[in-house]
Ligand binder design. Sequence first.
Ligand code: DP6
Length: 333
Amino acid sequence: MTAREAVETLLAGRPRTPAVPFAESYAPANIALAKYWGKRDEALNLPTASSLSISLGDLGSHVRLAPAPEGAPTDTITLNGAPLSPDTPFARRASAYFDLFRPSPSFRFDLQARNTIPTAAGFASSASGFAALAKAADALFGWNLPRQSLSILARLGSGSAARSLADGFVEWHAGERSDGMDSFATPLPDRWPALRIGACVLSSAEKPVGSRDGMRRSVRTCPFYSSWPDLVARDIATLHDAIAARDIALLGATAESNCLAMHSLMMATRPPILYFLPETLTAIRAVWAARADGLPVWFTMDAGPNLKLLFESSSESSVRALFPTATIVSPFA
Ligand code: DP6
């Protein structure tokens, strides 16, 4: 099935022309505690395993979506106030996403996107961006899709966007169907006001390998990729226990181990994918040394060299002293 066919299934019987002049929406960024690394269907961003994340509150993406003026030759796209040329990676990805529900081949969209994620914080904005776009399209066309369908629509833009439709802890169920209609994310009811995430930017250099290519390579060539889905399933079960008990040691240890397992998959991929920089190892050793000295702090990392720290409010001043430039987020504020 193509992504366009999946959208046809989702929108069956719903309006295909704009219902209002424009629509605005917001979605938060998210950090996975049990990671998504590998697809069973690349066209539909269907994962080989479920994943579990925490949304980042008011760090995310605001979008305003409208029809572009009649006769516009391309979609018009503005990011953080600056008009983008149609051949920039962001504009290309957005236009390809619009193709999934463009009312006619000559219809053009006007998109104004603004990220509240400090660029220097090193959080990915594609998850919040596509989740906000899915919500804005829903409002512009008056589809009134249920949250599960919105999660599917966001997933077709970027897998991790499926998890950015809700605040707090969110679980993306891998699903089994080939059309992906059972692969969507649902929020967990648990709140954990003392939880903190610290973003440590160690390098803002361009990623050597993007997630899309990296995942494809790992699924095809990592000799122990087949052990990943079971490992993630066990980690998700443990994370549920940790969240229910507000047990930061269990949450931190599970997320840290899951992230290192994902990076092991990456390193054992051929050719290898290594996101670690010397600074990454130094920071990891600093976290481990602080923990050995009694500070309850753990880390996770995505497809890049930067660390995200996991701790509780009671450790915030010590974490700040250790990593003075970290951006600290309160996901339940
Ligand atoms: C390492 O969602 O960016 O951050 O589906 O190809 O758009 P695509 O990939 P993307 O991958 C995120 C990978 C990760 C782990 C995670 O967020 O679960």
